[in-house]
Design a binder for this molecule. Sequence first.
Ligand SMILES: [Fe+2]
Length: 484
Amino acid sequence: MSPFDDRPAWTDAIDNPYLHGLHAPTVRETKALDLPVEGELPEGLYGAYVRNGPNAVHAPNNLYHWFDGDGMVHGLYFRDGRVEYRSRFVQTQGLADETEAGRSIWPGVMGPFDFDLPRHFMKDTANTDVILHGDRLLALWYLCGAPYDLDPRTLETRGVADFGGRWSSTVSAHPKVDERTGELVFFTLSDFEPPYMHYGVVGADGVLAHTIPIDLPGARAPHDITLTERFSIVHDFPLFHDPAVLREHGYRVARFYRDLPSRFGVLPRRGGTDDVRWFEFEAGYVLHMVNAWEEGDWIVMDGCFQPDPTIRRRPEEGELASMLGYLRIRAHLHRWEMNLATGETRERPLDDLNVEFCLPDTRRYGQKTRYSWHQHIPVDSYTVEFHALVKYDHSDGSCVRFDYEPGWIASESPFAPHIGATDEDDGWIVTIATHRDTGASEGWVFEAQEIERGPIARIPLPTRVPSGFHAKWLPGERLWNGAV
Ligand SMILES: [Fe+2]
C-alpha cells in the first residue's frame, strides 16, 4: 500500500502537477482516534487545527486548476493529552449533482464557462477558507461561493448558511470575525454589472444585520477584507477582467493596469455606501492581509503585497503555463497607513522575503498585533509549496524562520493560544505537513515563541493529506465547553 493509492484513478491520465505528488487529491475520508505522538504534546494545547483544500473527485472537463478540487476539511483535535484526526468532504450541492451524474458538470476556473448551468457558471467547491462564527464552521470559496455550514466538531456539512434567512447570495473567502463583538464582516463580488461588490455584517447571533452595495468602477477581484475596532476596509486592486470578454467568450482574462492605483475603502462597520472613503496606494495586488488596527487618526494595515502580480507564464510549460502562472506568488510583508483626519497615506515594505498565507493570533483581528506567522514560498517553485515557517515581529520587520526538512511541505499555520497567557505569542503554532515523495503526513506543533527549534511534537497521520489552502485554530473552550 502506498499513501498515494487513495488518489482517483483518472488522475493517472492527466499531465497536471496539481493532480500528482504533493497535490494529488484523495478521495478517502478518515477518522482516527488517539494518534501516536513523537515528542511532547503541550499540556495546554486544547482545541482543533482545521484546514480546507481541494480534492477533485471527478475528472475535470477543462484544464484543471488547483482551485477546482472539491473542498475537503482536515481536522486535528487536541484534548486531554490526546489527538484525533478526521477529514470530510464539504458536501456541496455541486459535488452531490456531479456524484449523481458520475462526472464533472461544471467547468473549473480556467474556463470556458457555461452560462446555461444552474447556480453558477463554474465549479463552486467551498475548498478555500474555513472560519468559525458562533456554532458554524463556514467553508468558503476563493471566487465567492455558497457559504457552507459545517459542524466544527465533526466536520459534517449541515447545509448552506443563509444568515437567519436573510442571505441567499455568495460570500467571498476571508470574512473576518471581531472576537470582541462576535460580528462577522464579509463581502461578495459581481462579475457582470454594478454594483460589483456588496458588503455585509452578520451579528453574533448568526443573523445578517447589515448589507450595502459598494461602488466600484468595474468588475474587480479582491480576495480579502480587513477590520479595525470601528471600521471595515474593502480592497480594490488594478488587476481585473473585462466583463464583456467574460460574457462573450466564457473566460475570465485578468490584466494588470500598472497606471491605476491600489485602493482601500474605509467605512464604519455598519456604514452606508456613501460613507466609504477611498485611499490610494502603489499599484499591485494583495491576496492576504495580516491585520489592521487604529492608532489615533491612523489606520495601520499589514499584509503580503505583490507589487507585480503579472501572471508568470513560462512558454516552455505549454498548455499548463497559464494555469501555473496564475498561482505563482511574489509577495513581501508591507505596511499601508491611512489618516482619517487628513487623508494622508504612507506605505513601506517591512521585509523582502517571499511570504504568504499569513496569520496573526486571529482573536486579535482589528487590534494592534506585533506578531504573525507566514509560509515562505521559494521564488523558483514550479507549484505552490511552503518550505519554511516564518515568524514576523511587526515592530521592526525582523523575522525568524524554521526551514522544513527536505521534501516536507507544511500548510498554513495558525496560532493556538496558551489560555490565560499575557504575551501575544505565548502559545503554539500548529500545522499539517506532507512529504512530497513518500506521501507521509504529520501534524506538527511548534512553540510560537521559538519556532526556530522546529516541531516539539510530531503526530504521524494514518493517511496522506494533500496540499491545501487556509487553516484556522478553533479554541477548545468554544468547541467543548458549551460556547458552541
Ligand atoms: Fe485566500
